[in-house]
Ligand binder design. Sequence first.
Ligand code: AMP
Length: 449
Amino acid sequence: MRQVTAYLGVGANEGDREANIHSALERLGSVPGVRVLRVSTLRPSEFMGQGPAQAEFLNGVAEVATTLPAAALLAVCKQLELAAGRDLSGPPNHPRPLDLDLLLYGEEQIDSADLVVPHPRLWDRPFVVEPLRELGVDPDQLSRPETLRVVRHAEELVRCCSAWWVEGLSVGFVPTMGALHAGHESLLEMARRECDRVLASIFVNPLQFGPSEDFDAYPRDLDEDLRICEQRGVDVVFAPAVTDMYPEGFCSNVAVGDEAQTMEGAVRDGHFEGVATVVARLFALARPHRAYFGRKDAQQVAVLRRMNQDLGFPTKVVECPIVREDDGLALSSRNVYLSAEDRAASLVLYRSLTAARAAFAAGERDRDRLLAVAREVLASEPRAALDYLELRREGDLAELPPGQISSGRMLIAAKFVGGKQPVRLLDNLSLDERNEPPVGAVADLESAP
Ligand code: AMP
């Protein structure tokens, strides 16, 4: 039987960390077909994930000789994690009594839906690199695996995500229409930090564009998008053709409620039905644990939270902060179509929102007077054709009655027509600056309730 030398990352940040690791390695050594040859020094390392601070980890690397196939060795590791009390169904990035990662399996390059070896993030983790070096393995000499897998067909996506579920891996999903920018990247980064596997979709969804809208002209650059996804550590990109997303005969659409008929819904007839339908289909295919959406499209998040709750998907909707240019313009795939003059004029959106916020900070609490402050700033820019300006309740964006308010979110949409094609821009801001990171700040994650 062929014997292979494999390397396992070992770690713990809960309970008696050292005892957990040693007893797991002892049990590992007693599994038929596995011998533990050497173990590096166990070294403390700070928690690197997202979310509330966690106890320090103890990490190291074990060198094993094994006659087990890689998948079987991985299954043994998962069993040991469970036996140590790790809750694989719990939220990602929670404290763990034991973490075992298959880093290297001989010289093999494995790229299946459920196992990628060498471990794709090995090189980014000092708590893996240093112990490997201690055991005489130089990570710089290893060839990095091609990590990004592009899936075109729905059935393949289901197979891939089902395999992740069976293994107990948490799946983070970032739905996009491509033309990726730093806003999308922030969602990918959050998903990467919080989840074991990251799935992104790139699909310009015809159902959410009206007949006179920019579906054909929507920017598309799949090669560049794939490069960004690879760089951000995405595991799988789902990039279906329209006929794969909506096979012939597809006719079941998700209806959305009255709130979705205002603001964007009022200007873009059928838009949110199209968004809810595509996201429901993607959730059904991938069944992600967590799905990441940008607050830039705050109404979209509210509609999708409702849809997610009503239809009962096993997914947590995570809302991520707006990423802006340094001057305040919210990033959008459509910004590339702004003429130079409109680009300069577009700053009026953020300026009007921050003017309302400043008035709120100065004590103004009347809904309509706060709206008037923002409207006055908007009126100073003739290039901006306002679609709507609203002050809504935080979270579900329900309408606020006139009169005194104690909090709220202001939302704007405006059109700029000076470029090659008209560009509609959206923006929104909380009246309370504590609800938002400042422009340029590293975005903090805020989870949906
Ligand atoms: P899109 O490709 O425009 O459908 O956007 C895909 C996701 O990225 C949505 O959840 C958007 O809200 C999010 N997104 C777009 N622009 C930004 C931004 N500037 N900051 C944060 N998220 C964004």
